[in-house]
Design a protein around this ligand. Structure first.
Ligand SMILES: Nc1ncnc2c1ncn2[C@@H]1O[C@H](COP(=O)(O)OP(=O)(O)OP(=O)(O)O)[C@@H](O)[C@H]1O
Length: 262
């Protein structure tokens, strides 16, 4: 049995007016997979995320979420943006921020809703902060609360855009340690430069590579993180990457130690 494909990009091409950004981008993310999206500055990571969220539309190709169009199914994605402004004097408790992830929870308070909110807070280890004011938290704690809010919506895919940007090394390590609680339970796509921590967590890496030809858009190359392959040498946080080609994974092949691709 094959794992469910949560999101699938097929031959996607996108340009901003005359600036080609992405071309022939094809990949998919399976249920429970933890995938990193990496690439040099300006390569098109944010553009790809906006395409997945339906904020931009491909000029060519298609993106589907559980077989449905992005327009129909973008609510199945829980998105945590890189920066989120907050009103420093607006009084709101951590638990209420997380509860905002349950849109129906605001109108229909029920025990099930409470359980989902509590579970999301526990997953991100912010349950002990539930009664604290959001504005009084550290940057790292706030970031975890926002991930908990996204998890409270029980998304099929959690998209995190550079979640550890501007965090100190300790908070960053704690964030990735805690994110391990979520691994395997929700599919995760993380945009990151933090190769060292992520290499121990991710199943696959999507690298936005070189333009397909001078003056054209860039392609995405898929890799699987594996410590066992003899070559190529160190490429990603001390682990070895193996190039994959849109491989459909069998049911038991992700969320654990990576196995050989071919
Ligand atoms: N709204 C826009 N209009 C025109 N060009 C844009 C727009 N947004 C981004 N670009 C350009 O598209 C290219 C890809 O940008 P994008 O923000 O997707 O890259 P990125 O990989 O997320 O970069 P970074 O790592 O610096 O955040 C860049 O050349 C950027 O200048």
């Amino acid at each position: 049995m094959m794992r469910r494909i949560i999101i699938e990009c097929k031959e996607v091409r996108f340009s901003y007016e005359r600036l080609p950004v992405l071309e022939d981008v094809s990949f998919h993310i399976h249920e429970g997979e933890f995938v990193a999206l990496v690439g040099p500055n300006g390569a098109g990571k944010s553009t790809l995320i906006k395409l997945l969220l339906g904020l931009l539309s491909p000029a060519y190709g298609s993106i589907t979420i559980l077989g449905r169009s992005v327009g129909e199914a973008s609510h199945l994605i829980g998105y945590v943006p890189q920066t989120m402004e907050h009103d420093k004097v607006f009084p709101i408790r951590v638990e209420d921020v997380v509860r905002m992830g349950r849109i129906s929870g605001l109108s229909m308070w029920s025990r099930v809703e409470d359980e989902v909110v509590l579970r999301a807070m526990k997953q991100m280890e912010v349950d002990s902060l539930a009664g604290r004011q959001y504005s009084e938290l550290s940057g790292g704690q706030r970031r975890r609360v926002l991930v908990a809010r996204a998890l409270a919506a029980e998304p099929e895919l959690l998209v995190l855009d550079e979640p550890t940007a501007n965090m100190d090394a300790d908070s960053e390590k704690r964030f990735f340690d805690i994110l391990e609680n979520v691994k395997g339970k929700t599919s995760i796509l993380i945009v990151t430069h933090d190769n060292e921590f992520v290499s121990s967590l991710v199943d696959r890496v999507l690298c936005i590579g070189e333009p397909v030809a001078p003056g054209r858009g860039r392609r995405v190359v898929e890799h699987r993180v594996t410590a066992t392959s003899a070559s190529p040498p160190e490429l990603f946080g001390g682990k070895v990457l193996q190039v994959l080609h849109n491989e459909v994974l069998p049911d038991n092949s992700c969320c654990g130690e990576a196995e050989d691709a071919e």
